[in-house]
Ligand binder design. Structure first.
Ligand SMILES: *Cc1c(COP(=O)(O)O)cnc(C)c1O
Length: 371
């Protein structure tokens, strides 16, 4: 049996006609950059995230960069974040000339260990940037309290967590600015790159709208130096077709995650396989279902590949050990839980259309490996 890590075809066949007609609508209009489609999507995402403003941009990576720029992050400043994330999180900080200051992760949630944050706050701290990894929100009430006491803004890297909730609050809506990605493998994926910023702050919203068009206030008059990071109308039109299904898809991922939990438990594998930990009061949207496979992780991955099961390692090299960040002076051993997670974790297929039969096959294949 073949079980890919992600099957985008399965989603496409269910929405083929409306997606093609949305693309046709944009082609007929020949209006490709920002415009009515993007404005409509911005309104819909703002409503979905329960924020006052949403601003489309070219990618999740740009969203993080633009958010930090709007906050005013620059040389000499520090941004506190996690070393266990996609590269873009730390790259945005360094591209603005600031320093990422990492905090080790909680081994259960894989999110930045919130209670360690106060230890690294200094007078140079310009922002706090939690990442809601794999679709589970970091503990925003703890982080908000810490950030509030130190008067530091929070930028939420919610690229993997659109629709996730922490005690009823939507990911991206509780910090100063929230960042989403529409990369095709995210829960809400476009037909290419795309991103969105959300905020309740009108000044940030206005500034972000300028920053994404080279800091232009009106045509050819530049108030600040921004970048070219606009959302395409075709992407907006595609995403508008998909957004109404997002909750249904995330619920299907949650159901698949619960089924895996049950199957691993029934197979008596909970010693060998560490199951995802979900904090109480959280709506985890399972952008990834990540197990801990211990020391034999790489051998298990090979075995699964041999048997037709797609997996991925998020992430094999922690950010503090990336070659390009050597100048930051971090060393192996600085963040033991992050380094252990990088050695032990494995993401299994959890996409919405996955069948119980496929999941049973995945768990059975893992059982045979450990037998
Ligand atoms: C995907 C992702 C990004 C970047 O999004 P792109 O749209 O691929 O640029 C940033 N941060 C995290 C945590 C991500 O998962």
């Amino acid at each position: 049996m073949k079980v890919p890590l992600l099957d985008l075809q399965a989603q496409f066949v269910s929405l083929r006609a409306p997606l093609l007609s949305a693309i046709e609508r944009v082609m007929d209009a020949q209006h490709f950059i920002l415009g009515a489609e993007v404005q409509a999507l911005e309104k819909e995402i703002a409503r979905y995230s329960r924020t006052r403003h949403a601003i489309g941009c070219a990618s999740g990576s740009d969203a993080v960069l633009l958010a930090l720029q709007s906050i005013g992050i620059g040389p000499g400043q520090e941004v506190i974040t996690t070393p266990y994330s996609f590269f873009a999180t730390a790259a945005a900080i360094t591209r603005l000339g600031a320093h990422p200051v990492f905090v080790d992760i909680d081994p259960g949630t894989y999110n930045m260990k919130e209670t360690d944050v106060p230890d690294v706050v200094t007078e140079r701290t310009g922002a706090l940037m939690p990442v809601h990894l794999f679709g589970q929100s970091a503990d925003m009430s703890v982080l908000k309290q810490i950030a509030g006491q130190a008067s530091i803004p929070i930028v939420e890297d919610a690229a993997q967590a659109i629709g996730a909730e922490d005690r009823g609050q939507r990911a991206g809506s509780t910090g100063t600015i929230g960042c989403f990605s529409f990369y095709p493998s995210k829960n809400l994926g476009g037909a290419g790159d795309g991103g969105m910023l959300v905020t309740n702050d009108s000044e940030h919203a206005e500034r972000l709208r300028m920053l994404r068009v080279h800091g232009e206030e009106r045509k050819y008059h530049h108030r600040m130096i921004g970048i070219n990071s606009r959302l395409d109308a075709i992407q907006a039109a595609v995403l508008r077709v998909k957004l109404p299904y997002l909750d249904e898809w995330s619920e299907a991922r949650r159901k698949n995650a619960a089924q895996y939990d049950q199957l691993f438990t029934d197979a008596g594998l909970t010693e060998e396989v560490g199951l995802p930990f979900v904090r109480s009061g959280v709506r985890h949207i399972f952008n990834q279902y990540v197990i801990r496979a211990g020391k034999r992780r790489d051998a298990l991955r090979d075995h699964l590949k041999h048997k037709g099961v797609g997996t991925e390692i998020y992430y094999p090299v922690p950010l503090h050990l990336q070659e390009c960040f050597a100048y930051l002076g971090y060393r192996k051993g600085d963040f033991p839980e992050t380094e252990r997670a990088a050695r032990e974790t494995l993401a299994l297929p959890v996409y919405p259309e996955l069948t119980l039969e496929q999941q049973t096959y995945v768990v059975d294949t893992i059982r045979k490996f450990y037998a």
